[in-house]
Design a binder for this molecule. Structure first.
Ligand code: SF4
Length: 296
C-alpha cells in the first residue's frame, strides 16, 4: 500500500504528554515520511482546523489524546463544544485511536469528577465512557503512551493486518505482557530481596516501593523507552499507568493486607505466600551485595 496515512489528532483534557511521547519516537524522521498530519493542536492553527471541520474530508486515523467530558464548560475548542467537533470528525475517520490512559479510561482527570469525566468508551473499568457504542475504537493506554505502541498499531492497521484486542480494546501484541516481564530485577523478586531505596540497582521494588509490574499489562520492559531504559531499570517502581484504575493513590507505597503485599496476576494467594515464605527463608549472599562495590 503506497498512500500515506492521514491523521487528525485532537486533544481533550490533557497535559500533552502523549504528543510529546509520539514526537520522541526514535525513528520519527523516517516514520514522518509515511503520514500526513492533517491537524495537530501543537503545530496547526485555527484556520487549518476550521477548514478541515467544515469540509467533508475523510481520513484514516482520529487520534484522541486526553479525557472527555459532556460538560461543555470543561472543554471547548475554537468556541465550539468539544463533543460536537469529536462527533463530526469521528464519523469521518476509519479508526479512532485513544492514545494514553486519559483517552482510554479517564486517567488522572477522572479522579476530579468520575461522574462527568471519562475515556472515549470506558469510564475506569466500565464500558460507558463518552461513546456508549462504537466499534472502530482502539485503546492504547499508558501515561504516556509508548510511541512504538502507537506507531506499530497505525502501521498494522494501515497495512490491513488484523490487530487482536483484549477486553479493554487494547492491542494484545502489547498488552498481553506484564511490565514485570523482562525486568532486570526478576531474580530479586523470586528470592524476595527488597530494594532498600529508589534509584539503586539492586533489589525488587515490589515489597516496599509500590511496584505494580506484576499487575500491569504492558511490554515496556521488553521494548524499553527510547530503546534504552524503563522505570524499573532506573530504580523507580512501575506505577501501573496502563491499567483502568490508574492513578492509584499512594503510588510509591506497596498496598498491604496484614503486612502481606498484593499477589501478582493469575497466582492464588495461598500458593504465592507459601512460595514467598520459602524463598525468603533463604539468604542468597550474592543478591544481598551491591552489584558494583565501589570499595573493591
Ligand atoms: S521491580 Fe517491579 S517489575 Fe521489576 S521484578 Fe520487581 S516487581 Fe517485577
Amino acid at each position: 500500500m503506497s498512500h500515506k496515512y492521514s491523521i487528525i489528532w485532537l486533544q481533550g483534557l490533557t497535559c500533552n504528554g502523549n504528543s510529546h511521547s509520539f514526537l520522541n519516537y526514535t525513528h520519527m524522521p523516517s516514520f514522518a515520511a509515511s503520514f500526513d498530519m492533517l491537524y495537530h493542536p501543537l503545530w496547526c492553527g485555527a484556520e487549518d482546523f476550521m477548514s478541515l471541520l467544515n469540509s467533508d474530508v475523510t481520513f484514516d486515523f482520529l487520534i484522541l489524546e486526553g479525557a472527555l467530558s459532556h460538560d461543555e464548560r470543561l472543554i471547548q475548542r475554537f468556541n465550539l463544544p468539544f463533543y460536537e467537533i469529536l462527533d463530526t470528525l469521528a464519523a469521518r475517520a476509519k479508526y479512532i485511536i485513544c492514545a494514553g490512559s486519559c483517552a482510554s479510561f479517564g486517567g488522572v482527570f477522572r479522579l476530579r469528577d468520575p461522574e462527568k469525566i471519562t475515556g472515549a468508551l470506558f469510564s475506569g473499568k466500565e464500558k460507558g465512557g463518552y461513546w456508549l457504542e462504537k466499534n472502530n475504537i482502539i485503546n492504547i493506554s499508558g501515561c504516556p503512551v509508548h510511541p512504538r505502541w502507537l506507531v506499530e498499531t497505525l502501521v498494522a492497521l494501515h497495512h490491513g493486518e488484523k490487530v487482536l484486542l483484549d477486553e479493554f480494546l487494547r492491542p494484545k501484541e502489547v498488552f498481553s505482557y506484564l511490565a514485570h516481564h523482562g525486568c532486570l530485577r526478576n531474580e530479586y523478586f523470586e528470592w524476595k530481596v527488597d530494594s532498600k531505596q529508589l534509584g539503586e540497582r539492586e533489589g525488587c521494588l515490589f515489597y516496599e516501593h509500590g511496584c505494580l509490574g506484576p499487575m500491569s499489562h504492558a511490554n515496556c520492559n521488553k521494548i524499553l523507552w527510547n530503546d534504552i531504559s524503563s522505570k524499573t531499570r532506573a530504580g523507580s517502581p512501575c506505577l501501573g499507568c496502563t491499567e483502568f484504575d490508574f492513578p492509584r493513590r499512594a503510588l510509591y507505597e506497596t498496598q498491604k493486607n496484614m503486612s502481606l503485599p498484593q499477589t501478582p496476576f493469575g497466582i492464588s494467594k495461598r500458593a504465592y505466600y507459601s512460595l514467598a515464605g520459602v524463598a525468603k527463608s533463604f539468604k542468597i549472599e550474592r543478591l544481598e551485595k551491591k552489584l558494583i562495590d565501589e570499595n573493591d
